[in-house]
Design a protein around this ligand. Sequence first.
Ligand code: ATP
Length: 318
Amino acid sequence: MRLLLSNIWIVEELAIEARSLTKSYGGARGIVDVDLRVGPGQVLGLVGANGAGKTTFMRTLLDFVRPTSGAVTVFGRDSRRDSVAVRQVTTYLPGELVIPPRLTGWEALGRFAFARAGVDRSRVQDLADRLDLDLSRKVGDLSKGNKQKVGLVLAFAPRSRLLVLDEPTSGLDPLLQREFAALVAEWTADGATVLLSSHVMAEVEQIAQQVALMREGRIQVVDSIATITSQARRRGRVTPRSDADLSELAAALATVPGMSAVHVDDGAVRFACAGDMDAVVKALAAWPLRALDVAHADLEDAFFFAYDGPDVEDGPAR
Ligand code: ATP
């Protein structure tokens, strides 16, 4: 990223830059030709089905997985050659965190976090309070959600420049998911960069500015959430005042660019349309209408669009 300030070019280091990054496990595909750039202070959500390659990509950043070809840098440092330097500024929270069950939360932090610069008891206690976690209990006695909270305290305590969080909110209830979102916002306001994977689209939409959709080891789309959702289909339902208008109205809607799944159902015409609604509204202008409902296009719709293409289920406008 480059900024021009009074005719001086300041080259801002990318937090993550992957170039043609490929990992094969023997003959099996892990990730393929991944190119990805994440700017400093950004939150990028990595989404994709099981086995898409999210974890493999994350682990290459810390040299836990060695790429078969290509390279990835973290703040300009090569993940392989400079792995020690990369790990000093990066926190990785694995999807399945294994902490010896006999340790208490405090002991786990003592073992895994207090060695890092800037981690102190009061900051850890503050994080535990915010996540409603009792650090004096043995990890083996904690519920799945509470174990995940220990992982989050481990991840947020060191104030790393880059946080790589694999499914960080799995097992957390909605209130704690909100607290997690607040922590990410505070940390990035302070300059941290966050890469997180999630299956919960609503969460990614709430937390990240950018999203990368992965499919079968490749990055399918990487763009801002706003752009991706603006291209997604919205489901709609239009109810004319007179049933006599239904088939003509459906025929007119079917000619709108980006339109799919137009059909008459129970006194209304249902449809799904990609892109903006301008042409839809204009196509409807000739008929007296009782109601028009158009659902918000969310990331989940965009995700399935990228996976499945334009055929959609004839679901109701939500
Ligand atoms: P999930 O959402 O289920 O965690 P993911 O998107 O994180 O999935 P990865 O775990 O990165 O996906 O897996 C990508 C592909 O690489 C899968 O086909 C998986 O079977 C394969 N894979 C991952 N780790 C190994 C391994 N150690 N040995 C062999 N194949 C592996």
